[in-house]
Every structure is written in C-alpha cells, then in structure tokens.
Design a protein around this ligand. Structure first.
Ligand code: FAD
Length: 325
C-alpha cells in the first residue's frame, strides 16, 4: 500500500474498499462476483476484515488471496491479536506471506461474540494492537506494510468502560506508529469537523511522528436509513444535525432516495477533507458492507475520487439479498 501511494502523483487522490467474509457459501459466491465487478473501479487496495477471536480465519485469508492472485488487487488483511491463540496469528501471517499478501491492518480486536466489553486476556503477550505491530516487525521485518486503527471522535456516554478519547488514545497511537505502522486508518465518522481537528492534532504533534504518515479516513456509504443509524451507533459516530436534516428531507423508508442523499453527503465530506487538509489527506476508505451501488454512485459524482469506468449499476433490490456483517 505504501509503495502504491508513493507511486501516485503528488496530491493525487485514491480510494480503497472494505469487505467482510460472508457466512454462507452462496454469500461468498455473491461477494466474489461483486469483487470482480468492483475491481473495475480500480481501488488502490481492498481490505478484508477479520472476525473477532479468529472466527473467520480461512474465509478472510481465502478472500484476501483471491483478491491478490486472481483479481490483481492489492489486498490488506485485517488481523486481531487478543482473545485467540497465538498460533492462529502465526498461521495467518505465514499463509498471508505464502499467498503474496503484503499488507496487514494490525488490530487489538473487539470483545468476543456475546461479550459486550473487552477484558484483558490472560496472556500478556498480546494485550494491545501495538504488541501485534511489534511482533510482525520482529518476525517479518519490512515484508508487510502495516496499518493501524485510529478514532477521530471521542465518546463518553457511560455505556462503555473503554470510552474513546482522541487525547487519551494519543500516546498509544504514537506507540503504534513508532513500533512500525506505515499508515493510519480511521473508524467511520460523519462529523467532518471532528476528523479535521483530529488530523490537525496529529500533524501538529510536537514529536513530528505523524507529519507525513498517510491518514486514511474511513467512510460509510449510506445504503438504507436503518443500516446507517445502526452502524453509526455501533461505531459511536456522532451524527451532525446537518446530516440528519438532509436525510430527514426524504422518507426514511424510501431506500433509493436515502441512498442518493447519502451519496451527496459523502461527496461533500470527501471534498471538504481533501481541500481543507490541503490534500494532505488524499486517500478515502469506503466501508462498503459488501455493497456496490452507493460506492459506484459516489465515485461517479465526486470531483475528487473518480473511477476510470462507470459500472452498470446493480438494482437496489438485488443488493437487499446481501448478508449483513
Ligand atoms: P488498541 O490500539 O490496542 O487500543 C485499544 C484501547 O486500549 C484504546 O482505548 C487505547 O487507548 C488503549 N490502549 C492501547 N495501548 C495501551 C497501553 N499500552 N496501555 C493502556 N491502554 C492502551 N475488529 C475486528 O475484530 N476485526 C476487524 O477486522 C476490525 N477492523 C477494524 C478496522 C478499523 C479501521 C477500525 C478503526 C477498527 C476495526 N476493528 C476490527 C475494531 C477494533 O478491533 C476495535 O475497535 C478494538 O476495540 C480496538 O482496536 P485497536 O487496534 O484500535 O486497539
């Protein structure tokens, strides 16, 4: 990823897509067909998520391998390090290398299924994402390009003992970056002001460690009103009134109208981020939820991120059959 970014022209924007491994065989086949179509949109790279506790090991690896070897895409495999045996991490890294995957998003991981909050694992070896970054660098040197997660928004609603706070997280983001991260990818957000303030805080940090590292904002295309609200809530994303007002202007049950308003919202966010950071932020990551219509529409409409081809859009009805993450 880092080499591909370096090979772009100065200021040239880019975009990437994220997919999750479907649970069923038919879901998997549907996604493979979708990946083949979306590969034509020419993302700089695609991310494949990792089920908490290693619950999707082989499917995540298979998908990342398919992207790399059959579709000619640059794949980034997510890998978590807590609540699972170390041998799963070792096997995943060995297979990733064997299969030509060069990029890992190194994460701590969410709480295991059924548990609401994360509790520290018994083994002290992998407590935090930084432990995984250090481990990959120690075992594999520079073979892997490593990304780490960051959270532009804080929340402290009393619902979670691990409330996020960009200021409190900062020493740990510095630690992860110093341990060898090549890029930073953010949690999804809709509050562009908060992202811009976060980016500024990192760039201006006295250590200088974030001066030139790519900071890639994570963006959620709006597919339906219901999924937008659910996903934003799960990610603790603040929803600015302006965005709610725009969406409130169309019936929330009219998925097609909601999607089109969502496209305009995302196009505006991308435009602001690219221009107000003076192009320091020029990569945009789409949490596709394995759907293509909204992403294709955004790439069609945006003046910043443009696809080389115009996809024949699949129908909204067809996307309804897609599995949920
Ligand atoms: P860390 O960087 O380890 O931070 C976790 C918490 O611990 C933070 O509150 C931090 O402040 C604190 N902390 C860190 N280091 C220390 C320290 N040394 N001492 C004390 N406190 C410390 N989850 C999945 O299961 N699969 C995925 O595929 C996946 N993909 C993701 C992609 C992105 C872009 C993002 C933003 C998140 C993703 N997640 C995924 C979710 C992620 O696993 C959770 O948000 C997890 O709770 C935190 O992961 P992290 O890597 O940010 O953790």
């Amino acid at each position: 990823i880092i080499e591909r970014i370096a090979a772009l022209k100065p200021d040239e924007p880019f975009y990437s897509f994220e997919f999750f491994p479907p649970k069923t065989d038919s879901g998997y086949q549907n996604l493979v067909a979708r990946l083949r179509r979306m590969a034509q949109l020419n993302p700089l790279f695609v991310n494949i998520t990792w089920g908490a506790g290693g619950s999707t090991v082989s499917k995540s690896l298979d998908l990342a391998t398919l992207c790399t070897s059959e579709l000619g895409l640059t794949a980034c495999l997510h890998l978590t390090c807590t609540n699972m045996e170390k041998k799963i991490i070792d096997e995943a890294l060995t297979k990733a290398k064997q299969n030509g995957i060069r990029n890992i998003l190194a994460l701590r991981g969410d709480p295991p299924r059924g548990e609401e909050y994360w509790t520290p694992p018994e083994s002290q070896e992998f407590m935090y994402a930084v432990d995984l970054v250090r481990y990959i660098r120690a075992e594999y040197g520079d073979y892997f390009c490593i990304g780490v997660a960051a959270y532009p928004e804080g929340y402290a609603d009393g619902s979670n003992p691990e409330a996020q706070d960009p200021q409190l997280d900062l020493p740990y983001l510095i630690e992860k970056t110093a341990a060898g991260a090549d890029f930073i990818m953010t949690q999804l957000f809709f509050d562009t002001d908060q992202f811009l303030a976060f980016e500024k805080m990192l760039r201006e940090h006295e250590s200088g460690i974030f001066k030139s590292i790519p900071i890639i904002p994570g963006l959620l295309p709006i597919n339906t009103f219901q999924s937008f609200i659910r996903t934003a809530k799960l990610s603790h994303a603040h929803l600015p009134d302006r965005i709610l007002e725009k969406l409130g202007a169309v019936p929330s049950t009219d998925d097609e109208q909601v999607k089109h308003v969502g496209v305009d919202i995302l196009v505006e966010m991308i435009d602001r981020i690219y221009n107000e950071t003076d192009h320091r932020v020029r990569g945009f990551h789409f949490y596709t939820l394995n759907l293509e219509r909204s992403v294709a529409l955004i790439l069609d409409k945006s003046d910043v991120v443009k696809s080389p081809v115009r996809l024949k859009l699949v129908s909204h009805e067809m996307e309804k059959t897609t599995e949920k993450p």
